[in-house]
Design a protein around this ligand. Structure first.
Ligand code: UDP
Ligand code: MG
Length: 320
């Protein structure tokens, strides 16, 4: 039995030596065949040099270099595509996911689970970031039609069967933890404490995180489109009531004045309602645009990633 470990790396030169040491030490304990596939996601520092060096020292460390920064999810997907193990582990390069915990995942897999995902017990991150994550996972699980594990990122172990399902999915906007949940099979969560980054700065900017959240929601649900429809419906009904109100006011001005609604020159009301409706229309168009953009991305049929170099992996890009 062979375990493949997928590690996306983007400008991670500071953590790589420590990563090599700790993963190798942990994997040696398993008494199983193993390989690591590091995906250099277009780093601009010495990441690729270090990965090549490590492959020369220990050929179980293999690596791919993407031709530019394609993003974390694409890098993970590329790794999943080329890994050859019976089980596949996805983890971050920054050692926030401790390699010493991996044997628990392997044990759960051997006891019959096809997916073993990690559930974050505590996050050593800012309150605002923790709050945003909390909200996102609750929102996502409300609007999709299959069970989504809460507070579980990409850190996981997957059986070959699940990996084959993921590989067969042709989409470009990949939200790996969502695809993994969608696939089904027997899944279980293991609690662990998410560590602080071992070195270097986070490579996920706020805009990238927001993008990821959008991908998560739009690739698995059309709920936003339905919400837009409902908002439109209610706003129209509201304005219909307003029209009837004003018409009656024109016909029975005395009655209205007696009850405290004298006819006024309603300049402000007009401006406010025009702006309000304009806002709703723009938001609606934006949401529809999100989906159209995604359809456009898919129909172009471009390869999901481009590989410029590889050591220890024979890399042919799907679609090329
Ligand atoms: N990463 C990547 N491409 C990117 C951004 C990040 O391959 O464009 C990798 C990064 O090297 C790390 C993992 O994805 O191994 C998680 O990134 P980070 O630690 O910055 O994210 P966070 O832990 O803050 O969610
Ligand atoms: Mg991290």
């Amino acid at each position: 039995m062979k375990i493949s470990i997928i590690i996306p790396c983007f400008n991670e030169e500071e953590v790589l030596p420590e990563l090599f040491r700790r993963v190798t030490a942990a994997a040696q304990q398993w008494k199983l065949e193993w390989e690591v596939i590091c995906i250099d996601d277009g780093s601009r520092d010495r990441t690729w040099t270090l990965l090549e060096e490590q492959h020369r020292i220990d050929p179980r460390w293999r690596a791919l270099s993407l031709a530019r920064n394609f993003g974390h999810q694409t890098a993970v997907s590329a790794g999943i595509h080329y890994a050859g193990g019976d089980a596949l582990i996805v983890m971050d390069a920054d050692l926030q996911d401790p390699p010493e915990e991996l044997w628990r995942f392997i044990e759960a897999w051997r006891s019959g689970f096809e997916v073993v995902y990690a559930v974050r017990e505590k996050r050593k991150e800012s309150l605002f970031k923790r709050g945003s994550y909390w909200l996102f996972y609750r929102l996502l699980s409300r609007i999709v039609s299959f069970p989504v594990p809460q507070d579980s990122g990409d850190f996981c172990l997957m059986d070959r069967k699940v990996v084959q399902v993921l590989r067969a999915m042709p989409e470009r906007n990949r939200f790996v933890r969502g695809l993994r949940a969608w696939a089904g099979f027997r899944q279980t969560g293991l609690r662990y404490e998410r560590q602080a980054r071992s070195a270097g700065a986070p490579k996920y900017s706020w805009s990238k995180l927001l993008r990821l959240a959008f991908d998560g929601i739009c690739s698995f649900s059309t709920a936003p489109l339905r919400i837009v429809f409902h908002v439109g419906l209610w706003v129209s009904l509201l304005s219909l009531a307003g029209i009837i109100f004003t018409l009656l006011q024109k016909i029975f001005p005395a009655f209205y004045a007696r009850h405290g609604f004298p006819a006024v020159q309603g300049f402000t009301t007009i401006v406010i309602s025009v702006l309000f409706l304009g806002g709703i229309q723009l938001i609606s168009l934006g949401i529809i645009g999100e989906y159209i953009g995604r359809i456009y991305d898919e129909v172009k049929q471009r390869p999901p990633w481009v590989i410029q170099a590889s050591v220890g992996v024979s890399a042919t890009v799907p679609g090329l």
